[in-house]
Design a protein around this ligand. Structure first.
Ligand SMILES: [Zn+2]
Length: 299
């Protein structure tokens, strides 16, 4: 059974401008690759509805992003820059994650949301780090509305998902496991940030063997699921932890994402998985990493 890939055409129209690393090409190259990938079936998702976003974000914040985008764009915050299509892209990205959760909920296998802008730095009322809407937490809240109360979020982007952590750290129904470079942007994610015992941070320095990163992330996933079984797994799948990425110093290769995906499926056989694209700034490498992950979801 091919893995369902959800995207939205507006995700390609969001453009923070020349010389910005979060380019439309990151997604375009991946989508081009997936069109010829036998293990993937591409679908356009409807945009997220307001209620899905309001489960995570303040209304005043959403209105401000929408208004800035409709006015033609500009800097929301430092390097978090909008154009006229950014609000539509944010709705499309969140909608693709919601569609992925709906898909796996009905037992049709695993899914991946090929989206941008990314989401894991977005807080309830602050967009930052190229992120506007926290797609992973939107997906988690949607899964909970479907009756899947316990949700595990695994974040293997090279940056700490400060937004995701802040949005779930008081909620023991969601567990958050993050491997990330430290010290590094955005500066959060110390191992002693434990939330209500539901946060499992794995901060590591750059330039170490990939097996160390994979092994340490896996140990944290095992710790998070020792006496606690999620009903659904979301993966904040950034691919900027790959060797050579301009925004990170880790050393992973596509095979490591396949390995982690296989291990998750084996350990949590009853929990469907929705992967969703976060960072990763060399388009061909993002595509290679994501395809390895997707193939492992489908095998
Ligand atoms: Zn990142």
């Amino acid at each position: 059974m091919p893995v369902a890939i959800f995207t939205h055409p507006d995700c390609l129209r969001h453009d923070p401008g020349q010389d910005h690393p979060e380019t439309p090409a990151r997604l375009q190259v991946l989508l081009d690759r997936l069109r010829t990938e036998p293990s993937a079936a591409l679908h356009n998702a409807p945009p997220a509805d307001r209620a899905s976003l309001l489960a995570v974000h303040r209304d005043s914040y959403l209105r401000s992003v929408e208004a800035l985008s409709e006015a033609g764009g500009g800097a929301l915050f430092l390097d978090t820059i909008l154009n006229r299509s950014s609000w539509a892209a944010a709705l499309g990205a969140a909608g693709a994650v919601v569609a992925g959760v709906d898909h796996v909920h009905t037992g049709k296998g695993h899914a991946f949301a090929a989206v941008r802008p990314p989401g894991h730095h977005a807080l309830a009322s602050v967009g930052m780090g190229f992120c506007l809407v926290n797609n992973a937490v939107v997906g988690a809240r949607h899964a909970q509305r479907l009756g899947r109360e316990r949700v595990l979020i695994v974040d293997w982007d090279v940056h700490h998902g400060n937004g995701t952590q802040a949005l779930v750290e008081q909620d023991e129904t969601i567990r958050y496991v993050s491997l990330h470079q430290s010290p590094w942007y955005p500066g959060t994610g110390a191992a002693d940030e434990r939330g209500v015992g539901n946060v499992f941070n794995v901060p590591r320095g750059p330039g170490k063997p990939a097996e160390l990163y994979v092994g340490d992330l896996w140990a944290a996933i095992v710790a998070a699921t020792m006496d606690w079984t999620p009903a659904l797994v979301l993966i904040s799948a950034g691919f900027d932890a790959m060797r050579g990425d301009p925004l990170g110093g880790f050393t992973l290769e596509p095979a490591h994402y396949a390995d982690l995906t296989h291990r998750l499926r084996e350990r949590l056989p009853d929990a469907p998985i929705v992967g969703l694209l976060e960072g990763g700034y060399i388009p061909s490498r993002v595509a290679a990493g994501a395809v390895a992950h997707i193939q492992a979801l489908g095998e």
